[in-house]
Design a protein around this ligand. Structure first.
Ligand SMILES: [Zn+2]
Ligand SMILES: [Zn+2]
Length: 205
């Protein structure tokens, strides 16, 4: 078909595909599109918030979310975040397109805001033999960054201090290593009605 002009948007059949008399963006369908949608994305790690949880950026998940907000008669649908277009398959074979207004709001996720805010619940103080301090500092950084986060590592008083997000991970690790550790717990405040402690782990080599 050529020489058609869409009666709704005025596009020509040379510019866009047509179904009968309409372009595929205007072909009348029984689908209710959502109003403006919003997704939060972390500007630091690029994770997106889906159903209240921070998950790695994933096009398919965004598509599923947008499609779940569309109601009506369609067989399949896919949203393309790159161009804001959602493609519907209707009546088993016809492909039509619609635009969805999805805003990606950039924020900091829980994890990144804690890291950037210097949040920590445990301090590992490594003291004594400098060779061992170096070796264990690297080891702790590697092991603990898989379970929690390290806010900072700094050289201090002839040793190294590691600031760790979760002190439980440290307890597990020093226990597994059978390292002689002096633990001191200090109440630092409250978080969601629970007492928050900061634990210092002093390890001498
Ligand atoms: Zn049109
Ligand atoms: Zn993040």
């Amino acid at each position: 078909m050529s020489g058609l002009i869409c009666p709704k948007c005025g596009k020509k059949s040379e510019e866009i595909e047509f179904i009968e008399a309409f372009c595929i963006e205007c072909y009348p369908v029984n689908i209710k599109l959502p109003g403006k949608l919003e997704i939060e994305q972390c500007r630091r790690c690029e994770k997106i918030k889906m159903r209240g949880e921070w998950t790695p950026y994933n096009k398919r998940k965004i598509s599923e979310y947008v499609v779940s907000k569309c109601k009506g008669e369609f067989d399949a649908a896919e949203y393309e975040p790159e161009n804001g277009v959602i493609r519907f398959i209707i009546e088993g074979k016809k492909e039509i397109k619609r635009r969805v207004d999805l805003e990606i709001k950039t924020v900091l996720c829980t994890y990144c805001s804690r890291v950037s805010g210097g949040y920590y619940k445990g301090i590992i103080q490594l003291r004594g033999n400098s060779k061992k301090i170096e070796k264990y500092a690297d080891f702790f950084l590697e092991k603990l960054s898989k379970k929690t986060f390290i806010t900072k590592a700094e050289e201090k008083h002839g040793g190294v201090d590691l600031y760790v997000g979760d002190s439980r991970a440290v307890v597990e690790l020093v226990t597994a290593l059978k390292l002689k550790t002096l633990m001191t717990k200090k109440l630092v405040g409250e978080e969601a009605g629970k007492r928050v402690y900061r634990t210092t782990f002093l390890i001498r080599f």
